[in-house]
Design a protein around this ligand. Structure first.
Ligand code: WTA
Length: 656
């Protein structure tokens, strides 16, 4: 994040209070109530969570012990038996919610579908039986590579129902990225669709699965299940591939939820880190259910009359926690939209809000910045008066975008919850509770009750007001990731050893830099590691560099980010070429396309800069800091004494 933005956020003095009416009806009604909850939770986090677990969720069997903490490995609700699919579906069927809309779905071409709790339950049970029929058993991993259609949520809930951990791979990832994740997660089955609609095109998905499975590197996958969505032509391999609708015809709709151990794995979700390949973040059942349930209830202030819409994709953690599990566990109505704003309909989000009377709307700062560019006339042309609460996630929001969101979308009446969290944390960690905590544009405000967040220096000492430092969490929480799939050592190294434990007390290192003001409000500045955030999506510099280097023309590559008005950050790649290759416009295009093929369109570099050499230290480490300066057109600042060859820098400057 640029120095300039940090400065402007530092000067932000505006404070926005929820209206008295909002607070009166809210789940948490005042700052005092929040503070009491927070203090109670901090004094005895285990007791706090256990009381909520008892009150809010259905357990087949109660736990023996609330928390078993063998740092950095936590177990919550030890020996408790629970099923998140049961909590999201079955328990609502014995209430008036049986015929309430659970899922409202809008397809990009304008088709739509609404599933009540009873209907969703039936579909999930049937599909769970399909999986069982194919030999999927408790503990088997299932890959999900789907467009934003109801079957994506049905597949997730069906996996959870029979205890088969799912691993959802974002439909925008390439066949190569999908293959790596299927191999690492040892998926037995892949669920996909022929294709999905995105920006007026039918994007092929089954074809990508075929490519991922071709070559025989993925040895674990036995079957592929295909939803017919677009009707585009696909190859079906006999014996391996099956149509979802064919298999569903012959199964029963009776499938009791499997009692799962609280610590049984619920899902793996891959996310980028600073080194090597994406890591498989493992979440388990009981703690994740409780954490997503409570955060959804209090942060989105769910009321039974709400129509709640989170615009994320199910391929990301936000889709898992806040489209599917959190809202359904609460018996809410959750909206799912297949499409994206596009030139044929740039106002489609506002159409969806108007059509369904959306009351709570949760989106990303990058989307808001894109809306600002498209112009106020689009939202102004729709009736958005149903909205009562807005949210953002994914990256720091600049105060200008916050103000626009507040004024143009929220009509100056809707509180905004700026929610800080990560794939690893399972749910929202730092956030306003909208009826209780006054907001400041650009700040995620205060930690959720039970979350002991702090800002520290590298030794782990808390820093003072307004001093920058590393964002950490001092005590385990139910939604935390349990390990990196197949690599517990990486889990320990990445999250628990950057800040050395003090007196045996381990702290969770989030990888973000932050500051806390005198009111105790957190201001998250962005990543402090080699992870970059493009349009709210995490990418490891190493991943993109490896993708570039796998092209025959590339000898070496270094990725840095530069500020971008809409994406937040954009990728600049510094590339040195193998002997016979010459820089050209054509090669630049080819390299960008190569990254898209290896990872997906989200990783396409905005700019490729060819250079003879990269600036390195004497020990051979690339000095990204210098490249960052160059990429964003700034003077190279700071110490350059460790640079091996100063001439490299001069040449790079000339080339810029
Ligand atoms: C960033 C997304 C500032 C942060 C849920 C974090 C944010 C990373 C915010 C996690 C926010 C997310 N303010 N920064 N409100 N929300 N981030 O795993 O750098 O895709 O570490 O999870 O996004 O991204 P992830």
């Amino acid at each position: 994040m640029s120095q300039l933005t940090i400065e402007s956020i530092l000067q932000e003095k505006r404070l926005f209070h929820p209206s008295a009416e909002f607070s009166q009806n809210a789940q948490i009604k005042s700052l005092k109530e929040y503070q009491q909850l927070y203090d109670k939770a901090s004094a005895d986090p285990e007791k706090f969570w256990a009381e909520l677990a008892q009150q809010e969720l259905h357990w087949f069997q109660k736990w023996d012990k609330i928390l078993d903490w063998q740092p950095p490995f936590a177990k919550w609700f030890v020996n408790g038996k629970i099923n998140i699919s049961y909590n999201c579906l079955d328990r609502h069927l014995t209430t008036w919610r049986k015929n309430k809309a659970a899922l409202i779905w809008e397809g990009e071409p304008g088709d739509s579908r609404t599933l009540t709790y009873a209907q969703l339950h039936r579909e999930v049970c049937q599909f769970a039986n399909v999986l069982k029929q194919l030999g999927v058993q408790k503990g088997d991993r299932v890959g999900i590579y789907m467009p934003m259609i109801p079957e994506a949520a049905i597949a997730m809930l069906a996996c959870a129902r029979i205890g088969a951990p799912h691993t959802v791979v974002f439909g925008g990832f390439s066949a190569e990225a999908l293959r790596d994740r299927l191999i690492d997660g040892e998926a037995k089955v892949v669920i996909t669709a022929d294709g999905g609609y995105r920006k007026d095109a039918a994007v092929p998905l089954k074809e990508q699965v075929d490519k991922a499975l071709a070559g025989g590197d993925v040895t674990s996958v036995e079957n592929v299940l295909v939803v017919r969505r677009t009707g585009q032509e696909v190859q079906m391999e006999p014996g391996r591939d099956h149509w979802w609708h064919d298999l569903q015809q012959s199964v029963s709709a009776d499938c009791p939820a499997e009692p799962m151990d609280s610590e049984d794995m619920l899902f793996i979700l891959y996310t980028s880190g600073s080194t090597g390949k994406p890591k498989g973040v493992v979440h388990t059942t009981g703690g994740y259910n409780l954490y997503t349930h409570m955060t959804t209830k209090w942060i989105f202030d769910l009321q039974d009359t709400d129509v709640y819409w989170c615009t994320a994709d199910v391929g990301w953690i936000t889709g898992h926690s806040y489209i599917v599990y959190g809202p359904l566990s609460n018996g809410a109505t959750t909206v799912m939209y297949e499409g994206a704003p596009r030139s044929s309909n740039p106002g489609c989000f506002w159409d969806v809000i108007e059509k369904y009377g959306v009351t709570v709307f949760y989106t990303a700062p990058t989307a808001i910045r894109a809306f600002i560019k498209m112009g106020e006339h689009l939202p102004k042309a729709r009736n958005l008066s149903s909205l009562r609460l807005l949210g953002t996630v994914g990256e720091p929001i600049n105060p200008e975008a916050w103000m626009w969101y507040y004024r143009v979308i929220g009509g100056d009446r809707c509180p905004i919850v700026d929610t800080w969290w990560q794939t690893e944390t399972g749910g929202i960690m730092i956030t306003p509770l909208p009826g209780a905590i006054p907001t400041k544009p650009g700040s995620a405000t205060r930690p959720f009750p039970g979350i002991l967040a702090d800002i520290v220096d590298l030794e782990g000492n808390s820093v003072g007001d307004n001093a920058g430092g590393y964002l950490i969490v001092r005590h385990p929480w139910p939604g935390m990731m349990r390990t990196v799939y197949g690599d517990p050592d990486r889990f320990r190294r990445t999250y628990w050893e950057h800040i050395p434990p003090q007196d045996g007390k381990y702290v969770y290192f989030a990888g973000d830099g932050a500051r806390r003001d005198k009111d105790g409000y957190f201001w998250v500045m962005g990543r402090v590691d080699d992870v970059i955030n493009v349009s709210g999506h995490r990418l490891g510099t190493m991943e993109v560099e490896s993708a570039l280097v796998s092209h025959p023309a590339v000898a070496e590559a270094a990725i840095v980010s530069k500020p971008d008005e809409v994406k937040g950050e954009d990728i600049v790649a510094f590339v040195t070429l193998e002997g016979t290759y010459q820089p050209s416009e054509q090669l630049s295009k080819e390299l960008k396309q190569h990254v898209v093929k290896e990872i997906g369109a989200i990783a396409r570099p905005g700019e490729i800069r060819f250079t003879d050499a990269l600036p390195k230290t004497r020990s051979g480490k690339i000095m990204r800091r210098l490249l960052r300066n160059l990429a964003s057109g700034q003077e190279v600042s700071g110490d350059t004494s460790t640079l091996e060859d100063r001439g490299v820098l001069d040449k790079l400057r000339e080339g810029a």
